[in-house]
Design a protein around this ligand. Sequence first.
Ligand code: GLC
Ligand code: GLC
Length: 650
Amino acid sequence: MYEQVSHSLLNDILNQIRPEISEQDLRHFYTRLGANFYAIHSLFVKLYGDRDDFDLQALRLVETMAQQYIKRPETLRQLDLEREKDYNWFLNQKWVGMALYCNGFAGDLPGLQSRLSYFQELGINLVHVMPIMLCPEGSSDGGYAVSDFRELDPQVGTLDDLQALSEEMQQRDLLLVLDVVVNHTSNSHYWAQQARAGDTTYQDYYYTFENRNVPDMFEQSMPEVFPETSPGNFTWDEEMGRWVMTVFNDYQWDLNYSNPAVFIEMLNIILFWANRGADILRLDAVAFLWKKIGSTCQNEREAHLLLQLLKDCCQVTAPGVLFIAEAIVAPVEVIKYFGEDAVIAKECEIAYNATFMALMWDAVATKNARLLNQGIKNLPVKLERATWLNYIRCHDDIGLGFDDRDILLSDYEPTSHRKFLIDYFTGQFGDSHARGLPFGQNDKTGDARISGSLASLVGLEYALETEDDRGVDDAIKLILLLHGMIMSFGGIPLLYYGDALGTLNDDSFRDDPQKQGDTRWVHRPAIDWEKAARRNTSGTVEYKIFSALKKMISVRKEVHVFADFNNRELISVENPHLFVFGRYHLNNHHEQVLVVANFDSKPQYLNLQDLGPWAPQYGKLIDLYSGECPDTFKKSLVIPGFGFYWLSGS
Ligand code: GLC
Ligand code: GLC
């Protein structure tokens, strides 16, 4: 869009820009800058327009984009052009991801590179390497307390190792996802050290206060993220002699985005990693970016404006790079992280589907899909050209962030239902064989979350220990059922490393003083590759899970209606144990797949007449996953205990 005020500023900026920038061939850069500048300018005015140095900051912003464009390697620029042309590329059902800790998965980056064939063996083509940037030993929050955003943890490798990895991944058509921890830094980051030493320029990078007045004001409305290990949202820094805002751990200082210098630094860092070959960047804790007195300091309007601005700027320099929003918040809030509009107010192309994840765990515990159906019914429709990351487990805890109204509509009482879930997954309820651990218990609010590996949460650990073959079978069925859901729901399935091998809880964190306070370490394992080799020996647990997932992935890639074009319809059926939805082709209504999942341990039936227009009209039904015809009796379809189908008419 052409608008005089912004255009005149752009002309001024381009006139002032340093010669090394203006002499380069910046054709594509200028086209994109011209297209996005009105939006960039408007957002920058909304956020920082009242500052005296606004024009100077706007100049810095454009310079940052231009400098990083100049540094962008030619191969990546080509990739940008290809992706601009094929702009729906990431919605394709061919993508299947895995998230992993580099050290736990393969020791270091060269180790990871040597294991790339493992991904291809399974069918994974998107690899999220969790944070590998420099962090202080011990106070690292698993890589999310960064002390230098441009250096790697030397134990993991060098920037050259990363370069080699990303080049080989590109050759193998594997996407690389890296983290940028945008909300906070470690207290040993250079900026924090300068702030501590009394430099007010850097104190202004954070929220620091002389006394408790403002912090106490904030505390009245802010929840606590880590109530056990890091209660409160502020930490006294002795050296600085000031309170500093620390929403997560006390060593993670929240960045002050009302300072444009912070925004520009972070944009620069994002573009730095984009230029290192990351195809996708995961932006950590984005819900927390803007702090406002009297609010929870989550999901504030300005947090969205910041993300829109980051997206608009990144599109100018590296348009092929996508963002993942890590916003583990209520459904009505999470969809806002895709943006308000696919063109003029775009934020992140991808977001974690924590709602679906938590709802599936509810179905596992209750053995019925009441809340799952209710919750998905109320999941707001997302934008076009936006997609979910569907996952079962990740490196974080499982939060029970359901909407209380949905719990009530499912005939449960919210407080006691949440308590039941915690008890169930920590193995305290009835005959539950789950081996989860509580996380984030808050005695003031009664809240708690759950840690634990997928296999241990579904009872595999218990069943193996007690040599209960039936229990082992059931646990495997549940592992496959849950994967069957994330593969077909719509979005990119993101497996968690270890899960395809049935990896159990890792209790070694209890012996490490730096980890024992944080139960999330129980599900951040080191892969035992000798044990993993059993995936090739028929009859083993590893084989049963791995070979089934491998097949599931390869089938998913062939099912066109599994691509994510908001082409899903939830189908309500009478049997409460079942979760049923249809996937269809937008232009060809004959092409459709009916997904039916049974969360009960016993077989359940689906009355085919319940299905309305989704009922098979003629011919036989075939399950695309197994290639077999499911059992039916008259007008009833029978789904085995913990079974699922991907049904198509034949
Ligand atoms: C994100 C990460 C989590 C971390 C937190 C603070 O939620 O996933 O592991 O503790 O941010 O950085
Ligand atoms: C994340 C989420 C929270 C999660 C935590 C990490 O940002 O908001 O739900 O538990 O940080 O564990």
